[in-house]
Design a protein around this ligand. Sequence first.
Ligand code: TRP
Length: 358
Amino acid sequence: MITPTDKPRILTGDTPTGRLHLGHWVGSVENRVRLQDDYDCYFLLANMHAFTTRSEQPADIRADTIEIVRDWLAAGIDPARSCIVLQTETPAIAEMTWFFAMLLGYGRLMRNPTIKTEIEVKGLGDKYSFGFLMYAVGQIADILAFRPRYVPVGEDQIPHIEMCREVARRFDQLYCGVDPHTEDADYVSAGGVFPVPEGLVGRVARLVGVDGVNKMSKSLNNCIYLSDTPKEVKKKVNRIFTGRQSPTEPGDITNALFQYVEAFIPDEERVAELKRKYAAGDDIGDGHIKAEVGEAINAMLEPMRQRRSEYEGPSGEATVIDIIRDGTSRANAVAEETLWMAKEAMKLDFFPRKLALG
Ligand code: TRP
C-alpha cells in the first residue's frame, strides 16, 4: 500500500487513446518519472474523457486504459511511490465538475484554443456532444481535486491549465474571501481552498515525427512507440527525411534528424561533435547518424521493455488492475478531502460521508 506523504503534489493525466510514443516521453512522461522523487504524484487515467469522442467504443477504451498503465509502468512510473488514479472511480471529480462549470463562462470555454483546434482536427464541426465541451470543465476538476502545485503536461494542454488557474482564483475569491490582488503563489495562505497550479512543459515541447515534417502524432502514422521492438525503432529512424545528398554536403543541424540527435543521444560531447562534422560536411553520412540515434533510442527503451514484460498477459493485467485500485483508493482520500473543503466554502457541508472502493 502506498504511504501518504507531506511532499507537495503534482497531478497530471492522459486520455487513453492508444500507446505512448517518444513525443509523449520528451514532452511530459519523462518529467513525471523524474518528479516522483520530490513530489507526491497523481497520474490520472482520464477514461471518462475518452468517451467524449468515442462513446460507441467502450471495449477499446477499456483496453486502451490498461495499455496506457503498462506504458506508464514501463516508462518508470513507480506504483510504490505514485498513485495511478482511475477517473471514473474518483467521484469527487465528477461532483466538482458541476461546481466549476458555474464559474466558467460558455464564451470563455469556446475561446480555449485547444478546444477549437480539437474541433477542427477531429472534424467535429458543430456535431460535438455536450459532453465534449464538458471535458474541459472536467479537466479543471481533475486537477483541482488534488490541489497540486504543478501539472506536467504537453504544450498543447497549456490553455487548459490557464483556464484551471482562472477557476481556482475565482473559487477562492468568491467562496473563501481571498483578495483578488493576491499573488498566485499565495492563494492558499490567504485562505483559499485551491492553489493556483502551474503547468510544466517537458524539455522538447514539440517532437517532430519520423516523416521529418509534422509533430509526432498517432493519426499521422509518424510515431516511434515506447513499446516498439528494436527492429521497428531502427526502421522508423531510417525513415527520417532530411533531403541531404552526400556525406560531404554541409548539413543543416536544425533539421529533423538533429532534433533526434539532441533529444536522444545522452553524451553531450558526442552531440557537439556530430553537429560540428555535419555542419562542415566532414564525411559524415545521414545513415551513420541514424544508426547512432537508433541505438540511443533503443538503449533508452530497453529497460522499459524489461519492465513492461511484467505486466503483459492476463496475470499482468490483474497486477495492473490491483495497481489502479491501490492508487485510486489513496487518490480518493485526497479528492474527498478537497471536495469537503470546497463544500464547506460553498455552505454545502450538511453532513460528511465516507467512500469505500470494492
Ligand atoms: N486532456 C489531456 C490530454 O488529452 C488529458 C488530461 C485529462 C489531463 N485530465 C487531465 C492532463 C488533468 C492534465 C491534467 O492529454
